[in-house]
Design a protein around this ligand. Structure first.
Ligand code: C2E
Ligand code: MG
Ligand code: MG
Length: 672
């Protein structure tokens, strides 16, 4: 908008300047023409005057000449010829004078010529010169020897052309006037020039003051505002809104700049991760969680030395960047101090909170220079090692960890290859109806068939897949495997009622999930598909997107099963809000319920509530007949566990399904 106005202003200014320039040109041109007329008239008048003077001179000489002498006779004859030519010259010059006079009075030059030469005087002068030319011509036609005649014609000529004669007086006056006019014109020329220069300057000044200055001022204000907004945006992009400390982006930028410019060859990062922070959010609400994070940031900051920096690099993770030489012992002391400062009690709305943190640290030194990414990776590795030991632990990355981290990288690489080569495939664990002992469904469980012929369960590879962000690829591999095996079951008429697949959070949060399923299994309803979700996936930050994805799938016939129910933080009341139609009671409850009366009560309570809400129940990890017995009282409870069957290869499952189908057919025949 201001640029448009500036462009308009610029064109307006150009137009005004162009008009001023055109006007100036016209005025100067007219003045110049007037001046050139005046100069020309002066020249004509001067030449006329010299013509007349010459005639006067010749007249004087003729009057004094002795005509008896033969030399005088010849001279007189020649003089007569010159007089005839002069008479013509006088006439021609008079005509030129008249024409120039007329031109001088043209409408364009008139305003610049002071009317010094009155028309009457000019006409009189013109008539007088013409009369003089006539007299001269008459005399030139006479016989030079008739002396008395000579006098009769010459006398008036002499009278008029003599220096004090009327014509000469007139000629002198006109020449004087023209000279004065030329002088006058030059003076007004200068004046007009000055005036035009002043007008141009004033126009420029007015344009600047009225057009450009306000616009430039407006532009400057806008630019300042834009600069302020840009710097605010830059600050927002690199800082955490809640705590005001830098974010991961800023940390990486600072590390990269430090390393590129070799600012501090010795530096270290300490990752501070709050243990079980989700509990605070889930139990006490996000406002309490935010307040506590703010307090933690404040406390950590207070612990830092000048030049060190604090960043929030995850929802419940802070990173401290330390400059300067730091030995292992120094890092240990600092890490412990940070743990200690976090674990001090905190207050919020009259309640006391106690949280703990784990710290993982890694250092960069001139002796062991590593990239910024490697440094962060090492600190992350140390943090995870610390977390494995439990809340409140610290770990500094050392040489031993280097080997472990390399092994982990290798595992990540091998897993990537295994996924690409289709070495991670589903096996299936049947799910039985407890009362009828009929196979109602199967759960697809991932297995890694290594090149050495080993078959590895998810505990060996799931954490690494998660760490390397490959869980979505695992979902893809599982879905492709299920699509392949389902085709076989359908062809053989052995399709169980449903197939359950464990979906990672990343897959559930994928907006394109419904399209992905449709591409694999074709259009139509997906009533045979159970999607297993862990409670935390629904409670975490991406819960909104996951929930809407699940509701979309449910509309296509998919049933959602809440896996490992009871181990997360979802309370029973959440069941009403969650988009789920099945709960899978976790095996930890099943294995403990016969040893602990309280657990048994909980299990029964869960089943009663779920059944009351119209939610199906599957008991996981049933290993004994006694455990199975517990679920007998309720109709339609399903069970899964080693008591019924271990997870089976697709081929083994196919045989089992065929066997079950045969048994069923036989029993039907027996009944009939
Ligand atoms: P889950 O979904 O709860 O699966 C049940 C786990 O319990 C399976 O372990 C199964 O072998 C085991 N199990 C079944 N019956 C019994 C029993 O009677 N006693 C005992 N002790 N265990 C029993 P698995 O196959 O090792 O899988 C472990 C977990 O890995 C699964 O727990 C699931 O959370 C995850 N998982 C498996 N496959 C996938 C997958 O394709 N994608 C994702 N994201 N996770 C998967
Ligand atoms: Mg499962
Ligand atoms: Mg489970």
């Amino acid at each position: 908008m201001p640029l448009q106005r500036l462009r308009r202003g610029y064109f307006l200014a150009l137009l005004i300047l162009a008009l001023v320039a055109c006007g100036s040109y016209l005025i100067i041109d007219a003045m110049q023409r007037a001046q050139s007329h005046a100069v020309k008239l002066t020249e004509i008048a001067a030449s006329q005057r010299s013509n007349l003077r010459r005639v006067a001179q010749i007249v004087e000489l003729i009057l004094r000449t002795q005509d008896q002498n033969p030399g005088g006779q010849r001279w007189l004859a020649a003089t007569h010829q010159e007089l005839a030519a002069l008479a013509d010259d006088i006439s021609t010059t008079r005509l030129a004078f008249d024409a120039e006079l007329a031109r001088m009075h043209d409408p364009l030059s008139r305003p610049f010529i002071r009317p010094l030469i009155s028309t009457q005087r000019a006409q009189r002068f013109s008539a007088m010169t013409e009369a003089a030319a006539e007299q001269t011509r008459k005399f030139a036609a006479l016989d030079p020897n008739q002396v008395e005649w000579r006098f009769s014609v010459w006398a008036p000529i002499e009278l008029e052309l003599a220096a004090e004669g009327a014509l000469m007086v007139e000629a002198t006056a006109i020449a004087g006037e023209l000279n004065a006019l030329a002088m006058e014109n030059s003076a007004s020329f200068r004046r007009v020039h000055m005036l035009l220069a002043v007008v141009t300057l004033l126009t420029l000044l007015a344009e600047y003051l009225l057009i450009f200055h306000p616009m430039l001022e407006q532009l400057r204000l806008r630019h300042d505002k834009l600069a302020r907004v840009t710097s605010k945006l830059r600050h927002l992009a690199s800082h955490d809104l809640l705590t005001g400390v830098g974010n991961r982006l800023l940390l990486r930028q600072q590390l990269l700049t430090m390393q590129a410019n070799e600012i501090a060859p010795e530096h270290a990062v300490l990752l501070v991760d709050i243990d079980d922070f989700k509990n605070v959010n889930d139990i006490f609400g996000h406002a309490a969680g935010d307040h506590i994070l703010g307090q933690i940031a404040h406390r950590l900051h207070a612990r830092l030395k000048r030049g060190d920096a604090l960043f929030r690099t995850g929802s419940d993770e802070f990173t401290v960047l330390i400059h300067g030489e730091l030995h292992l012992s120094g890092l240990v002391v600092l890490a412990n101090r940070l743990c200690e400062t976090v674990s001090k009690p905190m207050q919020y709305e009259g309640k006391e909170f106690l949280v703990r943190a784990c710290v993982g640290a890694a250092a960069h030194s001139a002796a062991d220079p590593i990239t910024a990414d490697e440094l962060l990776k090492r600190a992350d590795f140390a943090l995870r090692t610390a977390k494995l030991k439990g809340p409140g632990h610290i770990r500094i990355f050392d040489k031993c960890d280097q080997g472990l981290a390399a092994a982990r990288d290798l595992l990540g690489h091998r897993l990537g290859e295994a996924l690409a080569q289709g070495r991670i495939r589903p096996c299936y664990q049947p799910i039985y109806d407890i009362r009828s002992r009929r196979i109602v469904g199967v759960e697809a469980l991932a297995r890694w068939h290594t090149e050495d012929g080993e078959v590895l369960t998810p505990t060996h590879f799931l954490p690494t897949l998660q760490e390397y962000g490959m869980l979505d690829q695992l979902s893809d591999a599982m879905l492709r495997g299920v699509a392949r095996d389902r085709q076989q079951w359908l062809e053989r008429g052995l399709m169980p009622d449903y197939v359950s697949i464990n979906f990672s959070e990343s897959t559930l949060a994928d907006k394109r999930l419904p399209q992905r399923l449709q591409a694999l299994f074709g259009p139509g309803d997906l009533h045979w598909l159970h999607v297993e979700v862990v409670e935390t996936a629904l409670l975490n930050q991406g819960g909104g997107l996951i929930e809407s994805n699940l509701r979309h799938l449910m509309r296509q016939g998919v049933r959602v099963a809440l896996d490992d129910f009871g181990t997360g933080y979802a309370s029973l009341t959440h069941l009403r809000g969650f988009p789920c139609s099945v709960i899978k009671i976790d095996q930890s409850f099943v294995s403990a319920m016969l040893k602990d009366a309280g657990t048994l009560l909980i299990v029964r309570g869960i089943i009663d509530i779920a059944v009351g809400l119209g939610i199906e129940v599957i008991a996981e990890g049933i290993e004994t007949a006694a455990q199975c017995e517990v679920f007998q009282p309720w109709p339609q409870i399903a069970g899964q566990g080693y008591f019924f069957s271990r997870p089976l290869s697709p081929e083994a499952l196919l045989s089992l399904l065929a066997e079950a189908a045969e048994l069923h057919t036989a029993s039907q025949r027996g009944l009939s």
